[in-house]
Design a protein around this ligand. Structure first.
Ligand code: TYM
Length: 382
């Protein structure tokens, strides 16, 4: 099967040929000069840039130029609240928070309780709506700035989106929807309409601020199909084209696949009791050999190992320690059990601290909701 069909909004693998994917999607690899420019503007480096966890983009260079020239800019990302948040979801949010802090930008965060209700047979609407609030606590635990973070919950905040969404909807044909998202005759029409709402948020900052606003969307590469349409139609609607920076997908702890809520035993949730999170890591499938003897003799394969990827993408700040771990694995001097035990203790500590902040966040949640800060955009009459 072609890699192109293995990554999209509702199905994605993790160990894919990311370069090939770029060619299929038509996005650009992130170059050293773009990384250096972002680091210069941010005043520091970030491990997800250095290691190309964020590895591709559309018009990041344009966005940075506009930012540098003093134009109004904003960030946009989101979550489909189908259950608890796992470490894969928070990966782009950790980076988004860094962008918010370092560039001083406001963030629009969409919670698509409608999307998940429409897509998941098992979910009813009150459930996906209540996950939207639960998942918002994860943003608070990541310490997003409340004054600069605006959460939109689709089913409740539709008044913010709809005046933009109808204009978007008029520009998109059913044939584009089918070709982009693979919809068929049996897809419910709610899901056929839904992408309009995800696209609409990329233009919302321009409406709310009442001035042309350049938007950067940090998100997994699986979300790219929405942005291709958003960019195609932006100018005809009078909005700047939104820019994207794409992350690779954190693998699940099983033998294959991205970390995904559809395989709960291979995902570490932010709500897992810390010792359960640690146990999941201890049971992870690694790139190691079946026996200690073979591991010592042949070494492991960190490039295909979910445990190594956790260190690389989230849990090891220090580049030289990461490289040491890589080569110790390759040459057989590091055994999987030891490598997992160290990660398990880091994950356990992370969860403990994260959950303390998460629990304290409940009282602050209202400060993050868009409806507590902006009024709904009004239609401009000629
Ligand atoms: P959702 O809830 O599937 O995913 C939320 C964000 O997490 C990213 N992601 C991952 N990143 C790294 N490793 C993984 N294993 C992993 N799994 C998921 C996704 O790419 C995404 O950035 N339709 C969207 C909700 C949405 C949205 C947006 C997302 C609305 N507007 C704007 C990004 C940007 C969704 O269901 O995301």
């Amino acid at each position: 099967m072609e890699e192109s069909v293995q990554v999209g909004p509702w199905a994605a693998e993790a160990f894919v040929d990311y370069e090939k994917l770029l060619k299929v999607f038509g996005a650009k690899p992130l170059t050293d000069s773009e990384v250096h420019k972002l680091e210069r503007l941010a005043g520091e480096s970030h491990l997800m840039l250095r290691r190309r966890v964020f590895y591709s983009h559309r018009d990041l260079d344009m966005f940075l130029n506009m930012y540098e020239a003093g134009y109004r800019c904003a960030l946009y990302t989101g979550r489909g609240p189908s259950g608890s948040t796992h470490l894969g979801h928070i990966l782009p949010w950790v980076f988004t928070k860094w962008l918010q802090d370092r560039l001083g930008l406001e963030l629009f965060f969409q919670m698509t309780d409608d999307e998940k209700f429409l897509h998941e047979e098992r979910l009813d609407l009150p459930e996906s709506n209540s996950f939207a609030y639960e998942n918002s606590l994860d943003l608070i635990a990541l310490e997003f700035e409340p004054r600069k973070t605006h959460i939109i919950i689709d089913t409740e905040d539709i008044g913010y989106l709809y005046p933009v969404a109808v204009k978007v909807a008029k520009k998109i044909t059913y044939s584009t929807q089918k070709a982009t998202f693979g919809f068929t005759d049996s897809t419910n029409v709610g899901l056929v309409f839904y992408p309009v709402l995800q696209i609409a948020v990329s233009y919302l900052p321009t409406e709310l601020y009442g001035e042309e606003t350049y938007v950067l969307i940090p998100a997994g590469i699986d979300q790219d199909p929405y942005w291709r349409i958003a960019r195609d139609i932006a100018q005809s609607l009078g909005y700047p084209k939104p820019s994207q920076i794409h992350n690779k997908l954190l693998p699940g702890l099983g033998p294959e696949g991205k970390m995904s809520s559809s395989k709960p035993e291979t995902a570490v949730y932010t709500t897992d009791p810390p010792e359960i999170g640690a146990q999941k890591v201890m049971r992870a499938f690694t790139g190691g050999q079946p026996t200690v003897e073979l591991q010592r003799k042949l070494g492991g394969n960190p490039d295909r190992c979910s445990v190594f990827k956790m260190y690389e993408m989230l849990f090891e700040e220090d580049d030289s320690k990461l490289s040491e771990r890589y080569w110790n694995c390759r040459t057989g001097s590091l055994l999987c059990g030891d490598c997992k035990a160290e990660l398990a203790s880091r994950v356990q500590k992370f969860l403990r601290e994260f959950q303390e902040r998460r629990d304290r966040g409940r009282d602050k949640l209202h400060q993050y909701l868009i409806r507590s800060k902006f009024s709904e955009p009004k239609l401009k009459h000629r």
